[in-house]
Design a protein around this ligand. Structure first.
Ligand code: PMP
Length: 359
């Protein structure tokens, strides 16, 4: 075993070292209050300040227009799969979904329980190895839902889907939010579970345009109405204070890093290094079409499942952790989110070379 572990996990994932250090200090006393961040009431002035700082940093980092609200909700990105149609989709209307894999399919399943779903495009026939280019929309979709990065298959949209002008774009950005600049104004809702690029598991960020907040019926459970959380400033019930606090620290770190343009450059450099190596290898292959490759989750395989298993085990012994592909697809997956260091990618490539030699 080496001392330094590189964590390639798809999520929960690596966090910036400076964030972990600040958090460990604040566990004992937040801002010299004498009370640790885990122990403060969510109504205290300290935590109110943590929330407003996190929102302000988020707005600054991603240039979020003033007619959008930023919410910190619970229930994971998976709860947005039903909360979105419950609030936005009337029972006699249709929503269009683009199917790029397991996460899109889960979103489709939930929306289908509420009303009609039209599949505007899908890459299922080629085992989700690409982002679909042919999109056919229903007549007047209330919204169009897509998954900007498919965590399992390692595909990512390189541009926003072109949708009918009267419709609203809804994005599950769970595994690539704030990894590159994002045009918030082109969306109605952007949501993301925090546990990849934003912070710990347990909080979901929802960025929602003002004109969608009150669309939902008032006879659905109060916790499932966006208006509830907007009115209560994400404190309708006891919020996941610690998670939101860590998200705030990660956002500060991202601003210090140089913002989304610098993060994109860093992420591109890491991903290009690994894809270039894969493209020049006869031993490893990437199952994803070149024009659809994810900068966040890089999938690859050897020629056999047995060799893949040996690769994962030997890599783990060399301090390269979390490389096992999702159980539904097998192979390997290197998740290289914002906080993943470039040196870790170089180490992985060195290991890949030596593994190839010895096998
Ligand atoms: N969407 C995507 C793209 C994901 O990768 C995940 C989790 N890996 C989810 C949704 C579900 O997120 P959660 O576990 O927060 O419900």
């Amino acid at each position: 075993m080496t001392d330094c572990i590189y964590n390639f996990s798809a999520g929960p994932a690596v966090l910036p070292e400076s964030v972990l250090q600040q958090a460990s200090t604040d566990l004992h006393s937040l801002n010299d209050s004498g009370i640790g961040v885990l122990e403060h009431s969510h109504r205290s002035s300290e935590i109110t300040e943590v929330f407003s700082q996190a929102k302000e940093n988020c707005r600054n980092l991603a240039d979020i227009p003033s007619d959008y609200e930023i919410l910190f909700l619970q229930g994971g990105a998976s709860s947005q799969f039903f909360m979105i149609p419950m609030n936005l989709l009337q029972s006699d209307k249709t929503a269009d979904y683009i199917n790029t894999g397991a996460w899109s399919q889960k979103a489709i399943k939930e929306a289908s329980m509420i009303s009609t779903v039209h599949i505007a495009g899908s890459s299922e026939s080629s085992k989700f190895d690409c982002i679909p280019t042919q999109l056919t929309f229903s007549k007047k979709p209330q919204y169009v839902h897509f998954t900007s990065n498919n965590t399992i298959y390692g595909t990512q949209w390189q541009h926003l889907p072109q949708i009918p002008s009267e419709s609203t774009l809804v994005c599950d950005a769970s595994s690539d939010l704030f990894s590159r600049p994002i045009n918030v104004a082109s969306h109605g809702i952007i949501y993301a579970g925090a546990q990849k690029n934003l912070g710990p598991a347990g909080v979901t960020m929802v960025i929602i345009k003002n004109n969608l907040i009150d669309l939902g019926p008032t006879n659905i459970p109060t916790m499932l109405q966006y208006r509830t959380h907007v009115k209560a400033n994400s404190m309708y019930n006891t919020p996941p204070v610690f998670c939101i606090y860590v998200v705030g620290l990660v956002l500060q770190w991202a601003i210090r890093f140089g913002g989304l343009i610098e993060l994109q450059k860093y992420n591109e450099a890491k991903a290009t290094m690994l894809y270039d190596f894969l493209d020049n290898s006869d031993f490893y292959t990437s199952p994803v079409k070149k024009d659809s490759r994810s900068m966040m989750n890089i999938c690859f395989k050897t020629s056999s499942e047995a060799l893949d298993a040996a690769f994962i085990a030997e890599a783990r012994n060399k301090g390269l952790s979390g490389l096992k592909g999702h159980r539904s697809v097998g192979g390997m997956r290197a998740s290289v989110y914002n906080a993943f260091p470039e040196e870790g990618v170089s180490e992985l490539i060195e290991f890949m070379k030596s593994f190839e030699k010895s096998h």
